[in-house]
Design a protein around this ligand. Structure first.
Ligand code: PBG
Length: 326
């Protein structure tokens, strides 16, 4: 015969299993939860079916479900009652995510808690840092001390991992130093150092009520057209002491995940963002696509080189794993 018989390895489920190159496990998944400061709220985010804003007094129910499904880590985002130009709710010792973290650690000490270190959910203008009145742009260096305060207060609340996401230059250096100086040298930094200025964050901004009131985030988040710029961000974050690297969004940036995997020995995290979730969820709900596409998307991120995936689909995936469908 003049051709190769590839189909030999596809002929039965067992055969396919033993030659399978990529696997999806519960341990790979990080589930985002939006906590609101108001009491008695469990409100579905209109653009994200199945995702809720949840009050602290109702968080236990949510965590019970998360833990019983087998999810091992969560990342909390906060929706505070009051916002101000300095985003002071982000670094308040009893801020909303700090309290959510304390409660979670009290109820489920073994559930890994990641806290997002950024100001945008807490500033009244919705930007990720302090605004310089003259330039009407975020002031990089003036913002850094506030990020340090935020990270330290999050570590004090018991966070297992600090995930700075605001894309200021030098944020990993400063946060590392701040954590070390305050007795938290054992807390790792998962840097969102490769974060594109993406329209796929739209639904998140609904959920976190953090849409900028003027301008956009293009002076600090990356241009979707660029690839080498991601490698420069990676190099500087590695030098500054990042312990893990997030690439965000994920599905339209699989090439970047692969580049980072090839260049770096750090664990790589794909952030399967809100817009990607909304798009897929809507198509499934409308009957346009089969639910299986969720798994296919997750495998694409793992194949590209992601070790971990932050995804709003974590619960759906665990249900499928529990039913033996993955
Ligand atoms: C905070 C932050 C954002 C997301 C995660 N952390 C929003 C932004 O940059 O506007 C987006 C996540 C998602 O879309 O799911 N800076």
């Amino acid at each position: 015969m003049e051709f190769e018989r590839h189909r030999r390895l596809r002929k039965s489920p067992f055969m396919r299993d033993i030659v399978r190159e990529t696997h999806l496990h519960k341990d790979d998944l990080i589930y985002p939860i939006f906590v609101v400061e108001k009491d008695d709220v469990k409100k579905e985010v209109p653009s994200m079916k199945g995702v809720y804003q949840i009050s602290l007094n109702m968080l236990k129910e949510e965590l019970d479900e998360v833990v019983s499904l087998g999810i091992k880590s969560v990342i909390f985002f906060g929706v505070p009652n009051e916002k101000d130009p300095e985003g002071s709710g982000a670094y308040h010792d009893h801020g909303i995510v700090q309290e959510a973290c304390r409660l979670s650690k009290e109820l489920y000490p073994e559930l890994l808690v990641i806290l997002d270190t950024c100001l945008c959910e807490y500033t009244d203008h919705g930007h990720c840092g302090l605004i310089d009145e003259k330039t009407e742009d975020v002031d990089n260096d003036a913002t850094l001390p506030l990020l340090v305060k935020t990270a330290v207060s999050q570590a004090r609340a018991g966070a297992d991992i600090i995930a700075p996401s605001n894309m200021m230059d030098g944020f990993v250096t400063e946060i590392r130093k701040g954590l070390d100086d305050n007795g938290f040298s054992h807390i790792p930094i998962m840097s969102y150092g490769i974060k594109y200025a993406s329209k796929f964050y739209g639904p998140f901004r609904d959920a976190a009520e953090s849409t900028p009131s003027f301008g956009d985030r293009r002076t600090y988040q990356m241009d979707p057209a660029n690839r080498l710029e991601a490698l420069r961000e990676l190099a500087s974050d590695e030098n500054e002491g990042a312990d893990m690297m997030i690439v965000k969004p994920a599905l339209s940036y699989l090439d970047i995940i692969r580049d980072v995997r090839n260049r770096s020995d750090l664990p790589v995290v794909a952030y399967n963002v809100s817009g990607e979730y909304a798009m897929t969820r809507t198509a499934i709900d409308m009957g346009l696509l089969d639910e299986e596409v969720i798994i296919e998307q997750m495998l694409s991120m793992k194949r590209a080189g992601a070790d971990l995936i932050i995804t709003y689909f974590a619960k759906d995936i665990c249900i499928k794993i529990n039913q033996g469908e993955v």
